[in-house]
Design a protein around this ligand. Structure first.
Ligand SMILES: [Zn+2]
Length: 236
């Protein structure tokens, strides 16, 4: 999965976004060029805005049926770990090229801003998919600023209304802004998986690669957990 995704990014995204960043800078397209910031702050603002627009894209990958067919494959993993961060269907990488192009143009991301954001995003997705058991007290503070493993684990729940939360990547503020943050789910109660993938047999590499292209039931199996009892959740 990882090799195909990396190849798809190299072949379809980089040839588009790399030259585009140079055009964006020379023509001063995008929001950050309107803010009159010093160059270093322009990079920081671009990283924050690229992170926010990726939040919007992530919501679309769940809401647009064609995009969900591909993003569902990432959620099919039954045990979130750092390697889950690499398990995206290559088709999702190809379909994200127009989205990435729009992000670069709207934000006004230059080469340095884009590469800084890409490195920060990679570190963030490996971190928030990892099974690092941070002290709960620390993570309760950290998740107010950053997307953390327990916070993102709730997004990987099989319960649909929990999947529909905690969409952020680096910083968690977009979820606070849109009131899509969920802290109240006891960690021990979370079953990891895609809300729409029923059959464990459908998780082999050939099946996962083929899944977006074949008709399959995609209705959520469990929409809501109902009453949530307090437990080892992030809500203090
Ligand atoms: Zn997702």
């Amino acid at each position: 999965m990882a090799v195909l995704s990396a190849a798809a990014i190299q072949l379809t995204e980089r040839p588009v976004t790399q030259p585009l960043t140079a055009v964006v800078v020379s023509r001063r397209w995008g929001v950050v060029h309107r803010l009159g910031l010093p160059p270093w702050l322009e990079v920081a603002a671009a990283v924050v805005l690229l992170d926010y627009t990726l939040f919007v894209w992530h919501v679309l990958t769940h809401r647009v049926p064609l995009l969900w067919r591909f993003h569902e494959v990432h959620h099919a993993d039954r045990d979130v770990s750092a390697s889950t961060a690499l398990r995206f269907h290559f088709g999702e990488m190809v379909l994200s090229v127009p989205g990435r192009t729009a992000q670069v143009i709207c934000v006004g991301a230059g080469p340095l801003s884009l590469s800084t954001w890409q490195i920060a995003t990679f570190v963030a997705i490996v971190f928030h998919h990892s099974n690092a058991a941070l002290p709960l007290a620390l993570e309760r503070r950290l998740c107010r600023i950053l997307m953390t493993p327990r916070l993102h684990g709730i997004h990987h729940s099989v319960v649909a209304d929990e999947t529909d939360s905690n969409w952020s990547t680096i910083f968690s503020w977009p979820d606070y802004l849109h009131r899509t943050i969920r802290l109240d789910v006891p960690q021990a109660a979370i079953e990891i998986g895609a809300p729409t993938v029923e059959d464990d047999a459908a998780r082999t590499l050939p099946d996962l690669l083929a899944r977006p292209f074949v008709p399959a039931p995609r209705q959520p199996r469990v929409s809501t957990r109902g009453h949530v009892t307090p437990g080892d959740g992030l809500a203090a």
